[in-house]
Every structure is written in structure tokens, then in C-alpha cells.
Design a protein around this ligand. Structure first.
Ligand code: UDP
Length: 451
């Protein structure tokens, strides 16, 4: 799957292993090297299953979603994973000790069928907040938006804790009144599999979104265990050749020594940002006069931003390689995160106590942005030019919000707020905390599972 799905699942594997649960991890040859490297200090066993070749709708050579030319081909990719089912089941049967539970990505709904054949529980993992998971399920099941006449018309959800939403908070085609197409069919299939599953693991902690977690637990879907933030399980295992600090780290250290503050900018691994939008963000950063470290790997982005670094001199750097995002966020010079609001980035920012400047693009990022800004008060929103929740963002807006976050009283206020949320996150994962207890419960429930 995408990095945003794989990374938290690796944290989860590590977390369970740390709690003395024997874990075997299934992956594919293309993903295996990074999986092995991440888990090299554990005794987690790793099984490789070949990924099917020559699949309809997928260009040759695509072995994981990072290589997909565009996200529209994702359902074909995910459906192709079904071809792995016989080998998966054979490998499961061969496992010693006998497998007691399958935890799988929510987009691998077919693993529910494998679990049922073996008479063991399957637990799904969406990697989203309770809020976003609940909202997407309710949108499909209850259609609270059915009477809206425009994408920006607010609608509320009966008995729902607080926020009113708009169709623009949801990604197309799900924001259509009659959504259709491969994505919709794919999601229906995954939701059916999830409903049959024994439960769901959520990468949050109860205190973060109690109202939405309680709302879910009233029976919207299967049982949920909130056991995060999973990034807390992260371990940095350095290889000898990694002891040298990367360039960006030296740059951040230099800024810290001079007592300067830095804005971290990253839009995740999947968002397709247009050339015009990238340029506008760059212009806004330039106008804001803030220091920034911008991680962008898309080759398109790199071309477009050619010459930009020279213009901003030593005030900003663009990093074009894979970085340790948690390490950046935890660096003492970082005072804000201009983020697309992927859920991993949000939880990582929370753990590091860094306030968020929310600029969502796709998937459930718009919902996360609303949660971050309106509900949790740990971020500011960059608003599109058209006054709608979705659309093109101008450089002046970027500049204004960057200044507000980095220089203004509002920024200080939300910085204080997120420090408190970070403390709550630490409390949740500590022995006796809510997520710690939730893992105890999960282990207990699975151990006592009866078909
Ligand atoms: N990430 C990273 N280094 C990079 C780019 C991304 O460690 O250079 C990680 C980031 O820390 C996060 C994940 O990739 O854990 C991205 O997930 P997220 O949910 O934030 O966004 P997505 O990529 O799924 O849109």
C-alpha cells in the first residue's frame, strides 16, 4: 500500500511486539527491503509474497502505490492484491506457531475471507481518525447530505457530536449525490469486509476525540480499539553509514544555534499538487519571510521550484529525498508544520507538539483539517480563494497564515494548546494510559476469541 498505510502498520507491528505479542509481517518483494530495515532491531518475522504481474489497469513495473502514475488507478491496484490470496492462505497455514489473528490494511478486505476460513479474527486498519472514519461510513449509509443543493451547503448529522459538514469536506466521487465508479465500488466492498471483521484498530488515543470515538462505538461499525498515536512506537535504528547527519539536519542545527525558528512544509506522499498551486505556495513562503524546510519528492515539483532556493537565499531549503519526518518535527527549531493533514502527519505533529497550518488536498485530509482547526484548536486553516473549503490557494493567504502561525499571538495560543495535547498523547501511551489499556484489552479480546 501507500507509505501512509505501511508506516503506521509497521509501528503497530513494533508496538505489539514490544508488548510480547509474537508478530509475523506479510509484505511484497518491492516493499521488503524498507520493511526489514525498519524492523531490523526486532524479532518480528517477515514473509514475502510475490505481487502479481501484468494486471489490467496497472502499468508494468508498478509494485506499490508510490509508483502509480495517478491515484485513479488505485482500485485496480488494490483489486490486484486479491490474486495473492491463495499464497497468503498457504503461508498462513504453514506458520508456526499457529496464527491467532490477522491485522490487515482496511483496503485488503479479502483477508477477512481468509481469516474466516481459518476460524480466526481479522482486525482492519484504516489509519484514519475516528472522526473521518465515522464520517465516511455515515455518508455512505445514512446519506445526511442527500438534500443539499451545492457542494458548500452545510448539513448536519442526526445525533452527531458537533461539526456541521459540507460535501466539499469529502473527496470526489464520494461527495456526489449519487456516487458511482470504481472507487465507490471498491470502498463498498472494503466496508462490507470491515463490517464482517472482528474489529478495527484506530491510530488515535481516546482523549483526542472522545465524542467521535463514543459515537462510533454506538454501533456504526465493528468494535474499535484506539491504541495510538502509533508513531510513539517509532525507534530510530541507525546503521553505521547513517551516523553522518544529513544536510537538512545540519541546516536546522544552524538555525537553532542562531535562535531562529523554522516552518516545516510537506504535503505527504500521495497528494497530486498542481504546478500553479506549488508555485503559489512557494510565492507565499517567499513573501512571509519565514525560514522553511520544504520536503518534496515529486520530480515535477522539483523542476517547478528550480531557482526558488537561490531567490530565498539561506532562508529556506528544499529537500528532495526521503527524510525522517519525526526527526524534523522533533527538532527544536521547528515551530510550525504547513501540512496536507494526512493523518500520520497530524499524529506526528501532535506527538512533537508542533502546531499545524492546514492545507488539505485529497482523501480524508479535508476532514482532518477541520478536526485539527475547529475541534482540537491545534492549527490554522489556509483557505482557498473562492471562500469554499476546497479550491486554489493564493500566495497572499499562505503568507498571512504563515505569519499568523509563526509570529502572531494566535500562533502562540495554538502552540500552547498542542503542547497540552502532546502531553495527553504521552499519557495515553504510558503504562496505565488509555491506549496502553486498550492494547491490553485488544490482546485479551483476541486471546478469548470464539468463532
Ligand atoms: N514520511 C517520511 N518521510 C518523507 C515523507 C513522508 O517519513 O520524506 C512519512 C510521514 O512521516 C508519514 C507518512 O510518510 O508517516 C505520510 O503519511 P500521511 O498520512 O501524513 O500522508 P500521505 O502520504 O498518506 O498522504
Amino acid at each position: 500500500m501507500a507509505q501512509g498505510h505501511t508506516i503506521p502498520l509497521l509501528y503497530l507491528a513494533r508496538l505489539l511486539w514490544q508488548r510480547n505479542v509474537p508478530v509475523t509481517l506479510f509484505t511484497t518483494p518491492a516493499n521488503s527491503p524498507s520493511v526489514r530495515a525498519t524492523l531490523r532491531d526486532t524479532t518480528i518475522s517477515i514473509v514475502e509474497l510475490p505481487f502479481p504481474a501484468n494486471i489490467h489497469g496497472i502499468p508494468p513495473g508498478v509494485e506499490n502505490t508510490d509508483k502509480l502514475p495517478y491515484m485513479l488507478s488505485f482500485p485496480d491496484f488494490a483489486n490486484a492484491t486479491k490474486l495473492m490470496q491463495p499464497q497468503f492462505e498457504k503461508a498462513l497455514e504453514d506458520l508456526n506457531p499457529v496464527v491467532g489473528c490477522i491485522i490487515s490494511d482496511a483496503f485488503l478486505g479479502w483477508t477477512q475471507e481468509s481469516a474466516a476460513k481459518l476460524g480466526i479474527p481479522r482486525i482492519g486498519f484504516y489509519g484514519m481518525s475516528s472522526f473521518a472514519t465515522t464520517m465516511y461510513v455515515i455518508l455512505g449509509q445514512e446519506r445526511p447530505h442527500a438534500l443539499t443543493t451545492s457542494l458548500d451547503e452545510p448539513f448536519s448529522i442526526p445525533n452527531f457530536p458537533k461539526l456541521s459538514l459540507t460535501r466539499n469536506d469529502f473527496d470526489p466521487p464520494f461527495n456526489d449525490l449519487e456516487p458511482k465508479g470504481p472507487w465507490v465500488e471498491f470502498m463498498i466492498e472494503q466496508n462490507i469486509a470491515m463490517a464482517k471483521s472482528y474489529g478495527m484498530i484506530v491510530n488515535n488515543f481516546y482523549e483526542l476525540e472522545p465524542a467521535y470515538t463514543d459515537f462510533w462505538n454506538r454501533g456504526i461499525g465493528p468494535k474499535a480499539w484506539c491504541i495510538g498515536p502509533l508513531c510513539a512506537a517509532k525507534q530510530r535504528v541507525l546503521l553505521a553509514e547513517e551516523f553522518e547527519k544529513p544536510q537538512w539536519r545540519l541546516w536546522l542545527d544552524e538555525k537553532l544555534e542562531k535562535g531562529e525558528q523554522v516552518l516545516y512544509v510537506a504535503f505527504g506522499t500521495q497528494a497530486e499538487v498542481s504546478d500553479e498551486q506549488l508555485l503559489e505556495v512557494a510565492k507565499g513562503l517567499e513573501q512571509s519571510k519565514a525560514n522553511f524546510l520544504w520536503v518534496t519528492k515529486s520530480s515535477k515539483g522539483v523542476e517547478i521550484l528550480e531557482g526558488f532556493e537561490d531567490r530565498v537565499k539561506n532562508r529556506g531549503i528544499i529537500v528532495r529525498e526521503w527524510v525522517d519526518q519525526m526527526e524534523i518535527l522533533r527538532h527544536k527549531s521547528i515551530k510550525g508544520f504547513l501540512s496536507h493533514c494526512g493523518w500520520n502527519s497530524v499524529t506526528e505533529s501532535i506527538c512533537a507538539g508542533v502546531p499545524i497550518l492546514a492545507m488539505p488536498f485529497m482523501a480524508e485530509q479535508h476532514l482532518n483539517a477541520r478536526l485539527v482547526v475547529e475541534e482540537l484548536g491545534i492549527g490554522l486553516r489556509i483557505m482557498p480563494i473562492n471562500g469554499s473549503m476546497r479550491g486554489f490557494v493564493k500566495s497572499d493567504e499562505v503568507e498571512k497564515r504563515v505569519r499568523e502561525l509563526m509570529e502572531g499571538n494566535k500562533g502562540d495560543e495554538i502552540r500552547k494548546k498542542i503542547k497540552k495535547v502532546a502531553e495527553a498523547a504521552c499519557g495515553a501511551i504510558r503504562q496505565g494510559g488509555s491506549s496502553w489499556k486498550s492494547i491490553d484489552l485488544l490482546i485479551h479480546d483476541v486471546s478469548n476469541y470464539q468463532v
